[in-house]
Design a protein around this ligand. Structure first.
Ligand code: GLN
Length: 201
């Protein structure tokens, strides 16, 4: 993507280094993002897994939260994994007191939805927008999409119907961690959104 803006990875907390490595491996020019000026310089943003309540507090104290919100409103492609999905949800269930998100996805996401018993597990998911084969997905203290608003489209669900991947325009969210497997089709799907938007500008 010579000449186009770099792809940002929100690097306040969590497994941002893994996303940087995946995106670089896919040929993207990557910028770690901690400050509002950096949001202005990117063509897309990945929000990593980690702890959403901490990411929320840090993003507000670093002054980057409002810049990300403005980017989302302006159509910036953003991909959130796990805690990143929570940060993209318009509504958080089981958040800590006063926990805020950036919002943008017309969904309610429930934090730590699988509880302590099965807080980590793996599953093979059919993801029609990615085609075959099914995606091997790693869930770690994962959230789920508990309520799906009319503006959001489910992309994948567990066998019991629980939605674990969602898309809405330029926004993409997964409950699981594709950066931890060798299957980077969600990152490629996101990079295609980034390329399409920069081609249209
Ligand atoms: N449970 C974490 C949270 O609430 C998310 C876990 C993860 O990102 N792996 O933010």
């Amino acid at each position: 993507m010579a000449g186009s803006a770099p792809v940002g990875v929100l690097a306040l907390q969590g497994d941002f280094r893994e996303h940087v490595a995946v995106l670089r491996g896919l040929g993207a020019d990557v910028l770690t993002v901690r400050r509002p000026e950096e949001v202005a310089a990117i063509g897309g943003l990945v929000i990593p897994g980690g702890e959403s309540s901490v990411m929320d507090k840090l993003s507000r104290s670093f002054g980057v939260a409002d810049a990300v919100r403005a980017g989302i409103r302006d159509g910036l492609p953003v991909y959130g994994t796990c805690a990143g999905l929570i940060m993209l949800a318009d509504r958080i269930l089981d958040g800590i007191r006063d926990q805020q998100s950036f919002g943008g996805l017309d969904v309610a996401v429930r934090r730590n939805a699988f509880g302590a018993q099965t807080e980590s597990f793996e599953a093979d998911l059919e993801v029609p927008v990615l085609g075959d084969p099914p995606m091997h997905a790693v869930f770690i203290r994962a959230p789920v999409v508990a309520e799906l608003g009319p503006a959001a489209t489910p992309l994948a669900a567990l066998d019991d119907g629980t939605v674990v991947a969602v898309e809405q325009g330029n926004l993409l969210g997964t409950s699981f961690h594709p950066e931890m497997t060798a299957d980077y089709r969600f990152h490629q799907y996101f990079l295609a959104k980034v390329a399409a938007r920069s081609a249209g500008r």
